[in-house]
Design a binder for this molecule. Structure first.
Ligand code: DAH
Length: 340
């Protein structure tokens, strides 16, 4: 029995030393100390010993059990530590590796400017309204005092879908749509794409964008128009920028004006951009023609109004010093990236 004990001890300790992971330790524990383990079996067979030998033998078996338990615990601690090290090694992140560069897009300059215009006008109490790009001749021309054969139609070379339907040549038809469906007071701006049969060049494109403004109420006068556009000019380009009205003609306004803004480049002193004049033409405006009010079902005896139309591309080119309109359409990322 003494020998058996010795051999259990030697084998157990050797296996323990060689154990490569905590799983093997568990196997050893079961094989030696478990219910059916070697040491347990030895303890059971002590009945074969003479009664006086039993206490001493029992003590030896218990000592060995304690020793093996202690070694198991010790070895387990060591193995766990090693396993943790290995895991940390494996999960280590190299924070010095370069990251994947993230590319982000940029707003198109026309969208940046349009956003600014909408902020300025909504800040003054205007509501934003949109209309269709494929439009009835009725709204694009007729209700705006441009009957068929009116000479001013020639100024807007029109894409016709059929006799009665066109690609809108300006955003003014949205005015007509709103006037025929709402009662004053009306205070709207209408941004959107517009189309004309134009050869693309440095300042023209067959597709372009406008923003239309319309105010109708009792007692609206030309000074309201001037005040509104002056506020718009200084909010867009900064203090000191004002407007200059020059007499002009639009069938839908009377009187009508071409409106210039102080050249933002030279603050009015005169430079290459404004060709020495100190002014830049940017929009058309006027008092809504009473004929238009009447055609749209608004009483011209009671109400008056003003309207204006601004070219978005033109404002954008002036604001950023873009020399050719084609840059706004080419979608060359080297150009677009500059507006990030
Ligand atoms: N619709 C005109 C155009 O495209 C611009 C314009 C001028 C709009 C005067 C207006 C206005 O509302 O009052 O050329």
């Amino acid at each position: 029995m003494q020998e058996k004990l010795q051999s259990i001890r030697e084998r157990a300790l050797e296996r323990l030393n060689q154990a490569a992971d905590t799983g093997v330790l568990e196997q050893i524990r079961v094989a030696v100390l478990g219910k059916k383990g070697e040491l347990t079996a030895l303890l059971r067979s002590m009945g074969q010993l003479a009664p006086e030998e039993r206490p001493a033998m029992g003590q030896k078996v218990n000592e060995l059990r304690a020793l093996i338990e202690e070694k198991l615990a010790e070895r387990e601690r060591a193995l766990k530590e090693r396993e943790k090290e290995a895991r940390l090694q494996k999960e280590a992140i190299d924070v010095t590796l370069p990251v994947q560069p993230r590319t982000s897009g940029a707003m198109h300059p026309c969208s940046i400017v349009l956003d600014q215009l909408l902020t300025i006008f909504t800040g003054m109490g205007f509501e934003v309204v949109e209309g269709p790009e494929v439009e009835y001749d009725h709204y694009n021309f007729e209700l705006l005092n441009l009957p068929k054969n009116h000479p001013a139609r020639d100024a807007q070379d029109t894409f016709y879908i059929d006799d009665n339907i066109v690609l809108r040549t300006h955003t003014s038809p949205v005015q007509a749509r709103i006037m025929t469906t709402r009662k004053p007071p009306i205070r709207i701006v209408c941004p959107g794409r517009t189309y004309r049969v134009d050869e693309a060049d440095a300042t023209h494109s067959p597709v372009f964008q406008q923003i239309e403004g319309l105010v109708i109420d009792e007692g609206i006068s030309m000074s309201d128009l001037k005040g509104t556009l002056d506020a718009f000019a200084s909010r867009l380009y900064g203090e000191g920028i004002t407007t200059r009205f020059r007499p002009s003609y639009f069938p839908f306004t009377e009187p009508s004006a071409e409106v210039d803004l102080t050249c933002a480049n030279c603050k009015g002193a005169g430079c290459r951009v404004c060709k020495g004049t100190g002014w830049i033409e940017v929009l058309g405006a006027g008092m809504v023609n009473p004929k238009v009010l009447e055609m749209c079902g608004i009483d011209p005896g009671k109400y008056t109004g003003f309207a204006f139309g601004i070219g978005i591309e033109r404002i954008t080119m002036l604001k950023y010093g873009v020399p050719n309109m084609k840059y706004l359409w080419e979608n060359d990322v080297r150009f677009l990236k500059q507006f990030r």
